[in-house]
Design a binder for this molecule. Structure first.
Ligand SMILES: [Zn+2]
Length: 378
């Protein structure tokens, strides 16, 4: 097992897949499964960018093991060649070793080594996770995803090592608030015409969205301010870019409405002197909503038991404060559970993954897939 694991990790780390250049890794995985005679599909996302989808078995419902193909770029201060897996003791260093080629390799080995009787087992490898989730969007809208009842994602475990289960994430959206008014000549300055006073109050009002409950943090903050002014006048336009972390069940659309409400209320105090437009800051794919899996969830209960049996320690379901492709699966109502290996330095120099933790992850997944196979998933 360790030999297969290291072998495959070496190969995948050596293939540069810094987004948007995932093609070589897509091809490698496609050929890998083709040679082993599995049903494998290339899903075109955009020019030279493919998701790879694999399946085994026949059944109404499927369990999907998920990973992304891309990594972030190479940053400075690596002590070793980031594309050459370097192993010292239990640590395997390499770009993407932890985020998330380690998890990807475990998904592959688990898929190869288990044949379910009562459900279909699927694998998805998607592009563009480190960017704007174009690959995952393509996946959720495809026929392949329709019968998926559970997504297991093997993103790195930021907390609690092999005991942690990610059961929720916040949503995120960027908004653009465009504020216009008649400029006033220097000689006619009055506070009530001062667009910056309006904005300073607005920023204070937006800070009231802040909410914190353990790891669940909601906030709205100004990412960028731009103003326009001519000659000896007060500014006539200010653009605010607003970033946010949104705790479910609040959605990005509801937050947009609430921001509009706050602005209208404030503008009344200024006799509606300002003309304000608010909308999502444009991007190619929609922003991601949050999700949270219920503690009563059937799969979660079984996974907790499996983790307990494999690690001899209690499983720790937790809400994670970052955004990922899992948001897409969770916010359309699929069960998505995150379990990953331990490591350090994701998106930083000297990224490493713990080999022992990858082996434990493998045992957890294999045992979980077996445990689930005792049930009729309908
Ligand atoms: Zn990742």
């Amino acid at each position: 097992m360790r030999k297969d694991l290291i072998n495959l990790l070496k190969k995948t780390v050596a293939i540069n897949s810094i987004f948007p250049n995932e093609q070589k890794l897509s091809d490698f995985i496609y050929k890998f499964f083709k040679l082993k005679k599995f049903k494998v599909y290339k899903q075109l996302v955009e020019k030279n960018r493919f998701n790879i989808l694999v399946e085994k078995g026949q059944s109404k419902k499927a369990i999907l093991l998920y990973s992304h193909l891309d990594t972030v770029g190479i940053v400075q201060n690596w002590n070793t060649d980031p594309l050459k897996l370097y192993i010292k003791d239990d640590k395997a260093y390499g770009l993407g070793a932890w985020d998330m080629k380690g998890g990807m390799v475990i998904n592959i080995l688990s898929f190869l080594n288990f044949n379910p009787k009562n459900y279909q087992l699927k694998l998805a490898f998607c592009v563009d996770e480190e960017n704007i989730s174009k690959g995952a969007y393509k996946l959720i809208n495809s026929h392949f995803f329709k019968n998926v009842d559970l997504v297991i994602s093997t993103e790195p475990a930021f907390f609690y090592g092999n005991q942690g289960i990610v059961i929720g994430r916040p949503g995120r959206a960027v908004f653009l608030i465009k504020i216009n008014c008649q400029p006033k000549h220097y000689g006619f300055y009055e506070k009530k015409y001062d667009i910056n006073l309006f904005i300073s109050q607005l920023i204070k009002d937006l800070s009231k969205f802040y909410k914190k409950n353990k790891a669940k943090k909601q906030f709205v903050f100004v990412k960028k301010i731009e103003s326009k002014t001519v000659g000896l006048s007060t500014p006539y336009e200010v653009n605010l870019q607003i970033d946010s972390s949104i705790i479910p069940p609040l959605t990005k659309n509801q937050l947009l409405d609430q921001i509009k409400e706050k602005i209208n209320y404030l503008n009344k105090k200024f006799n509606n002197f300002f003309e304000v437009k608010v909308d999502f800051y444009p991007r190619e794919t929609p922003y991601l909503d949050g999700y949270e899996i219920s503690m009563d969830n059937f799969y979660l209960k079984i996974l907790k038991k499996t983790i307990n049996e494999v690690t001899q320690k209690k499983a720790i379901p937790y809400f994670r404060s970052s955004i990922a492709d899992e948001n897409l699966f969770g916010s359309i109502g699929k069960t998505v559970l995150g379990i990953g290996p331990a490591g350090e330095n994701a998106h930083s120099p000297n990224e490493w993954v713990a080999l022992n933790s990858l082996e434990i992850l493998y045992n957890i997944i294999i045992n979980f897939l077996k445990d689930i196979d005792q049930y009729d998933l309908g």
